[in-house]
Design a protein around this ligand. Structure first.
Ligand SMILES: Cc1cc2nc3c(=O)[nH]c(=O)nc-3n(C[C@H](O)[C@H](O)[C@H](O)COP(=O)(O)O)c2cc1C
Length: 193
């Protein structure tokens, strides 16, 4: 069966570090026969969660707000694996990614069960600072996605990244990104990279 993999990009920069690495991850998945999709959150119209709790007991629907988040809910539901990628802005994910994350609340019921079941997941963080600088934040962010029933199996932290032209010269990073993409389609075991 052809697997479908969707990447969600929290960076506003076109062809920036985050987009470049996400596309390489998707290339890895595609090389194993997956159908791939890239979504740039910045170009979509997504309002923040209004805390109306409408989503709490709707097992087949996600959110009452009819904006572009509806497209992203369908993307997640229809994908076998997903990738969330964001630059670190002010020691955290970008605002664009945080707005999406809050709206992912619509994927779970009041008892925290998932409406769609788990999805194999990889996460990508890009940052100008050195390796390990935001590890506690990254770990807790991965925990939030796991709470939402995303089965996060790989987390790639691309440290020391500013000029997108430079990461293309970082062979090790490119290879790690590609192999994460491969592992999303190989539904066997995979290790953190
Ligand atoms: C508004 C803003 C805030 C940033 N804050 C941080 C930060 O707190 N820590 C850090 O290491 N890098 C920070 N950066 C740098 C980016 O995380 C880094 O350059 C990343 O690779 C950008 O990804 P992109 O090329 O996909 O846009 C910031 C960049 C911007 C534009």
């Amino acid at each position: 069966m052809v697997k479908r993999v969707t990447a969600f990009c929290g960076s506003p920069r076109t062809a920036g570090n985050t987009e470049t690495l996400l596309r390489i991850m998707l290339d890895g998945a595609k090389s194993k026969g997956a159908s791939i999709q890239f979504r740039k959150i910045n170009t979509m119209s997504i309002r923040g969660c209004q805390a109306c709790e409408w989503c709490n007991d709707k097992s087949a629907e996600f959110c009452i707000q009819q904006d572009d988040m509806q497209t992203l809910y369908q993307d997640i539901r229809d994908s076998d694996a997903v990738i969330f990628g964001t630059p670190i802005y002010m020691w955290q994910m970008t605002g664009q990614m945080k707005v999406m994350l809050d709206r992912l609340y619509g994927l779970i019921l009041q008892n925290f069960d998932s409406k769609i079941g788990p999805r194999k997941t990889a996460m990508l963080f890009t940052q100008a600072a050195s390796e390990g600088s935001f590890q506690a934040y990254i770990d807790s962010t991965v925990d939030v996605f796991r709470f939402l029933k995303f089965d996060v199996q790989n987390t790639l932290v691309a440290a020391d990244t500013e000029d997108p032209e430079k990461i293309k010269e970082n062979k090790d990073l490119m290879e790690k990104a590609f192999s994460i993409g491969l592992s999303l389609v190989d539904f066997g075991n995979s290790d953190d990279v």
